[in-house]
Design a protein around this ligand. Structure first.
Ligand code: BGC
Length: 543
């Protein structure tokens, strides 16, 4: 603390802004701020997903999905159900106006397959019309709609985690016959003609690895499988082929250049993008585990969809002909990534490598920590650390693939960790100042990365208004706007993060005054002596 203050005094004297110490920097060297500018054409946006924002609501009656079943099975905090999300279904026009009011140019939506195709081959025309209305209203407001075709919710005939349902538990997402690829194609073929006049950019899949790990390894998302590597692997392979098929269908059916850039479509997917760190730098086992887990999270999908090289057993080789499907180069996957959506929420630390070290296919899968990477860093409501430097490290992982990047999600909670009471858990304390700081620090890293030559086309903040945060229900608030879930009209209230976003978008820069307004005022100063890499700002050069 004392040390930090003296850094501050020192650099103020130089007319510089000082932040915190950095790992790997020579001791006692302060960091300096410089303004970063976003190039003309850089697109700021927001991102939402239909189930999180509209829940099970449909005018014709509740939509049934793998996630509505999962909630009904009691798998969310406090057993909360999601009947209406945050009311987006009927509030979409005013939400589009809120996004526009922030100066945003992009509105990304994750489509809920279950509301479009409630039974195999039976399409809900009213829901298709509704989707078209939503994307048209975004377009008419002068913004670009971006569409995700798989954001974790699927119809119960595709996946139903509930063994007590009429059909029993169903999981076509993880079968080796790849039937789900054809089913997904059927759905995509219905959606594209309805949206193509307004949509050009498609983030086909949302974070495949999140669903593999939470659905089949951790067992906390549907279908709730625990350490089921075989099914998890097949699910991942199916997602790759679903992506490739959707890519082909979009290229075939989207014949309109909605954004006037000369191309009818721009197709990619979003990744659970993460830099990993060993608890003990230099420990060979941990370093190996970091490499392996980073490959599994960040690289194997990228390699499959750029080079077509398929690694089914995740051993970083492509020569096992005993896997299903056999490994090798698959032309149907190759060259299908026009951009990658990077989604970063915080650093992850490897703190134990003994677990599963001999277990195929995830050789060396370590135990991971997201909340004890560095206890001195500020934490959010999910207990995740705030490290913008980890964001830069993550961008460094994706840049070498040579495809344009879009930050399709990045965000944090405006609340602290949930508090336990006799009546169950309640929303944690208000941390909206910290959320605003998170935004500005992370945007600074994006600007710096562009300055350093990275091809980053846009930044979409997750998310516009508080919604249903998957198993966390209403206990985590990622919205730029706070939502009152007690009021049936779900009124929105602007948070400091929305103000910070508007300021950066207006300036098309993270200026010194924005940095001072949002970062220094709220940055915890008692963590600077031992803190990890909060940002990748450069140290002041030694005179
Ligand atoms: C998901 C969002 C989710 C957010 C915050 C992302 O991985 O795509 O749906 O709400 O994380 O947890």
């Amino acid at each position: 603390m004392k040390q930090h203050l003296s850094f501050k005094a020192f650099s103020k004297a130089l007319g510089l802004l000082v932040l915190s110490v950095c790992w790997g920097c020579p001791a006692d060297e302060p960091k300096v701020f410089h303004q970063v500018d976003f190039p003309p054409g850089f697109e700021f946006g927001t991102a939402i997903a239909q189930w999180q924002a509209s829940g099970d609501y449909s005018p014709a009656g509740p939509v049934d999905s793998n996630w509505s079943q999962w909630a009904q099975m009691g798998n969310t905090h406090n057993g909360t159900l999601n009947p209406e999300g945050n009311g987006f279904y009927w509030k979409y026009e005013s939400d589009v106006a809120l996004a526009k009011g922030l100066g945003l140019k992009v509105f990304r939506i994750g489509v809920d397959w279950s509301r479009i195709e409630p039974e195999a081959g039976v399409y809900d025309e009213a829901e298709l019309d509704h989707l078209a209305d939503v994307v048209q209203s975004i377009y008419d407001a002068g913004m670009k709609p971006v569409l995700t075709l798989y954001h974790w919710t699927v119809p119960t005939w595709v996946q139903n985690p509930n063994p007590n349902s009429d059909t029993g538990a169903v999981d076509l997402m993880a079968t080796t016959d790849r039937a789900v690829v054809d089913y997904f194609e059927g759905f995509v073929r219905q959606v594209i003609p309805r949206v193509k006049d307004w949509v050009d950019t498609y983030t086909v899949l949302n974070e495949p690895f999140s669903m593999i790990s939470a659905g089949y390894i951790g067992g906390v998302f549907p279908p709730g499988k625990y350490l089921d590597f075989e099914a998890g692997t097949q699910f991942g392979i199916n997602l790759l082929y679903m992506y490739a098929r959707a890519y082909d269908v979009i290229k075939e059916l989207d014949d309109g250049d909605a954004d006037g850039d000369g191309a009818n479509s721009f197709v990619g997917l979003t990744m659970t993008a993460n830099a990993f760190y060993p608890e003990e730098p230099g420990n060979a086992d941990e370093e190996f585990a970091v490499e392996q887990i980073s490959y599994v999270f960040n690289d194997w999908i990228m390699i499959a969809l750029t080079e077509g090289k398929l690694d089914v057993d995740l051993d970083r080789r492509y020569d096992n002909d005993q896997t299903s499907p056999p490994e090798g180069t698959d032309e149907t996957l190759k060259g299908k990534l026009e951009f990658v959506g990077v989604q970063y929420y915080g650093p992850v630390m490897v703190d134990d490598v003994s677990w599963l070290v001999e277990t195929p296919p995830l050789f060396g899968l370590p135990l991971l920590e997201v909340d004890e990477y560095n206890a001195d860093l500020p934490h959010n409501g999910m207990k995740r650390e705030i490290s913008a430097a980890g964001f830069r490290d993550t961008l460094d992982i994706y840049a070498p693939y040579g495809v344009p990047m879009i930050i399709t999600e990045n965000g944090t909670t405006s609340n602290g960790p949930a508090q336990d009471t006799d009546e169950g858990q309640i929303l944690g304390e208000n941390q909206e100042a910290q959320a605003a700081m998170f935004l500005v620090e992370h945007l600074w890293e994006v600007g710096k990365a562009i300055e350093d030559g990275m091809d980053i086309r846009g930044y979409y903040q997750w998310t516009l208004a508080d919604n249903f945060e998957w198993v966390e229900g209403h206990l985590q608030r990622f919205g730029a706007y706070r939502v009152d879930f007690e009021d049936p009209d779900y009124p929105r209230t602007e948070t400091q993060l929305a103000g910070a976003l508007r300021d950066v978008v207006t300036e098309m820069a993270v200026t010194e005054s924005i940095w001072e307004k949002y970062v220094l005022d709220s940055y915890p100063t008692d963590q600077t002596e031992t803190a990890g890499p909060t940002t990748s700002l450069n140290p002041v050069p030694t005179p």
